[in-house]
Design a protein around this ligand. Structure first.
Ligand code: GYE
Length: 330
């Protein structure tokens, strides 16, 4: 009897040991398991804010794609353009033990600690839209545009369409200070104009990617440099639309007296181009939802994903805006 009992005991012990081992493995590789109810992948997403038409389209794309995907449950949080809110949201996602964290970083630096915390909790991170300046092993992939290239395209459009040997005075409306699109769009534009000495940025200030700020900054530029301004380069359409209002109120004709070039390609920009008030908009595609859902599923399945999933983009101006308008989805 004793012998039977001993055998039973040792078998029970090895089963519990095995179970303990399996549990240990599971927590060590929780990347590959899905923890949500109904087996859904719980995703915590921290959005930049609601500062522009682009952002509204981006949020809608992400929410709609998550809604349409039976494998994903989305927890959405709005950082209202503040990095501290974003860090708080990410920490709360870690505390809730979500399966994947995705976010569009408000600014480029200062996320190292919170990314380390996510890594320590074994929660994979996916970046959307904007990049961070951090150790690349702290995130799986970044889905978004090449902002430097967008800046180059804007400058090249200007060189092709504002052709002259005379001085060209440019005022620049920058995006949010320290954000990847503001840094890169400035760098790409400057890289192209640096070999053309007559094209000069005479004023450059942030309009924080909003219409109201774009208008306010443009009013100040007009006040100090008024009739000397030849070109406005705005890092997004909303600021360009704000600048258009300021120029009209100042008594000049936007698109004619001053050439206006911006980035995004939102509907508002197309309308302004069809009115002849905006000259060109470089496309930046906000519809990242489907790619994000796919990347989330791939990461959870342990598949290799490229470090940068780039978006394809075009250029629109007053010559093709009306033809393209019916096809625009944002
Ligand atoms: O261009 C701007 C928005 O990060 C690409 O953010 C995005 C930018 C976009 O506010 O309109």
């Amino acid at each position: 009897m004793n012998k039977v009992f001993a055998t039973f005991l040792s078998a029970a012990m090895s089963i519990s040991l095995l179970a303990g081992c399996a549990a240990g493995n599971k927590s060590a590789s929780s990347d590959a398991s899905s923890g949500g109810k109904d087996g859904k992948i719980i995703v915590g997403f921290s959005q930049v804010g609601a500062e522009s038409e682009w952002r509204t389209a981006n949020t809608k794309s992400i929410k709609d794609s998550a809604e349409a995907d039976s494998q994903i449950e989305l927890k959405f949080s709005d950082a209202q353009q503040k990095q501290e809110n974003q860090i708080k949201a990410i920490r709360s996602f870690i505390a809730q033990k979500v399966d994947v964290i995705a976010f569009s970083p408000v600014v480029q630096t200062g996320f190292d600690t919170v990314l380390q915390e996510a890594k320590a909790a074994n929660i994979p991170v996916i970046l959307t839209d904007r990049a961070v300046d951090a150790d690349p092993s702290l995130y799986k992939t970044m889905i978004g545009s090449d902002f430097v290239e967008e800046g180059r395209k804007a400058a090249k459009w200007m060189l092709d369409n504002v052709k002259t040997d005379k001085p060209v005075n440019i005022v620049e409306l920058q995006g949010t200070v320290g954000s990847a699109p503001a840094i890169d769009r400035k760098a790409g534009f400057e890289e192209v104009i640096k070999d053309h000495a007559n094209y000069k940025i005479i004023k450059s200030q942030t309009g924080d990617f909003t219409r109201a700020k774009g208008k306010e900054v443009m009013e100040a530029f007009l006040k100090s440099d008024g009739k000397n301004i030849n070109v406005v380069y705005a890092h997004n359409d909303d600021m360009a639309i704000g600048a258009i209002q300021a120029i009209e109120e100042y008594g000049l004709k936007p698109g004619k007296d001053i050439t206006i070039i911006s980035i995004d390609g939102v509907k508002g920009a197309f309308e302004a181009m069809m009115d002849g008030k905006l000259n060109a908009s470089i496309e930046c595609n906000p519809l990242l939802g489907e790619q994000l859902m796919q990347a989330i599923k791939d990461v959870k399945a342990g598949k290799e994903v490229p470090k940068w999933i780039k978006t394809e983009e075009g250029i629109f101006d007053t010559t093709n805006a009306a033809k393209e308008f019916p096809n625009r989805k944002y």
